[in-house]
Design a protein around this ligand. Sequence first.
Ligand code: G4P
Length: 546
Amino acid sequence: MRPPDQLAAEIERRRTFAIISHPDAGKTTLTEKLLLYGGAIHLAGSVKQNSKAARQTTSDWMELERQRGISISTSVLQFEFADKRVNLLDTPGHNDFSEDTYRTLAAADCAVMLIDSVKGVEPQTKKLFEVCRLRRIPIVTFINKMDRHGREPLELLDEIENVLGIPCSPVNWPIGSGPEFQGVFDRWGKQLLRFERAEGGSRPAPMAATTVDDPELREAIGERAHKQLIDELALLDVAGHPFYQDHFLAGEVTPVFFGSAMTNFGVEPFLERFVDLAPSPRPRPTTDGGAVVATEPRFTGFIFKIQANMDPAHRDRVAFLRVCSGRFTRGMDVLHPRTGKTVSLTKPMQFVGRERNIIDEAFAGDIIGLWDPGILRIGDTLCQGAAVEFAGVPRFSPEHFVRARCTDPMKRKQLKKGLDQLSEEGAIQMFFHRKRLERDPILGAVGVLQFEVTQYRLRSEYGATVEFDKLPYQHARWVEGDGLNLDRFERPGISTCVVDLDERPLVLFESEWGVRNAAQQNPEVKFVSAIQPTLLVKAMKAGAPA
Ligand code: G4P
């Protein structure tokens, strides 16, 4: 056993965060540069190159990612910086609604909101911001691509404040823009940080500290830009939002950084401040209304993602667990409260991209991959000691439905296996007619891209071909009550009744009216949607604060 103060120190130095952004804002580039400054890679360009090379040699599923130019999977990257252990959760960046992204945010303690200085706040940024706000995740803003002629910094702050409704407190301020972008003025440290370009950004950019009066600087950016800089800094001092750490942790203000991930300008000052600003693992709420504090010595954690066939060479299922408290050690026996069984965690893994390493220990804030023989589900808690259950891993109520038709009866077995696994993994939700009048299952998803991914994975990983017939339903409600007469929900053109994999009945409705009408007509029946996630989905669709 480690002494408690050592355990607390290990946990305190963890920083677990995700980057949220619209596609093309530069998330991959920034991630890579963070790894470069964190010493995890020595030459930028390798992440992209490696993943491109890997895409040609590994799974077909990744081929879909390549074809569509999207990243469907979520992985975790770790590096050390300034004595902090940084865990960066990689969230998929495509446009379609993805449950994965939202579940990943459930495992983060903080988010970096990346904004393209030319485009400003974009739709996907807005949606992800709303999720963070609902989850009260503190947000640090990085305005990227300052080496391009983008919008005026003040205009960008205005847009963030007006569109997202969060006050901005700039930690640093850009010096020049476009080709004249020189670096940033660190408002907190009261120094000017000038950068030099280095080999197209593949190595750290040399940085020098100077002052705003530096004649060389004045010459480099020109008299006009220099005067503008002085005026803007003075304006910020009197009219800028002050920064308070507790307001930031409550999601009430966002500290803002400027930079260019491509040229590395501003990346190091960002990272230095970020690891101090970002919170160490926060208390995690439990379903009984309590919370587990990260420094509690006993191990607890929850599963936020399950992925089958991550690598065809290892045909297996990996469950990703966020450690919420204490210390995890290899071979540990833990309680699985949902089943009441004890599980031995013999093969804990950590991932760097697609590579896996067996690890011996992990601490609150860390993410570990667990080899899953098929017993774990998304949202499950694992813990030492008394049973506890973590709240808030979204289980989404699907909004799109199809009937999955087997097109090759010889492959029915493979199709069943594939659908069973993909639904356990949370990639899709599967329902059946409650009297089994229809043999083919109904699939539900929150975003239609999930159907495409499912079809593709069924073919490439299970050799099963399937056709999807779109169904007219838009809402799902689990029904609870004594002596339920489910026949009354069989109303052509309005609703039908199905069961999920646990044989729990649910009604699928074609319209919002149907849901309301059924509730009015059946006051003794409880209609349950996944309350919190539905709220998330609605808020994101409306793009409105909750
Ligand atoms: P994403 O993961 O958010 O989708 O974005 P990604 O990093 O792939 O970046 C999208 C494009 O923006 C890339 O250009 C990338 O080089 C560029 N980019 C990222 N950061 C900066 C920056 O600070 N300044 C400038 N000027 N560009 C930046 P691409 O042409 O699509 O790809 P590539 O051939 O350069 O890799």
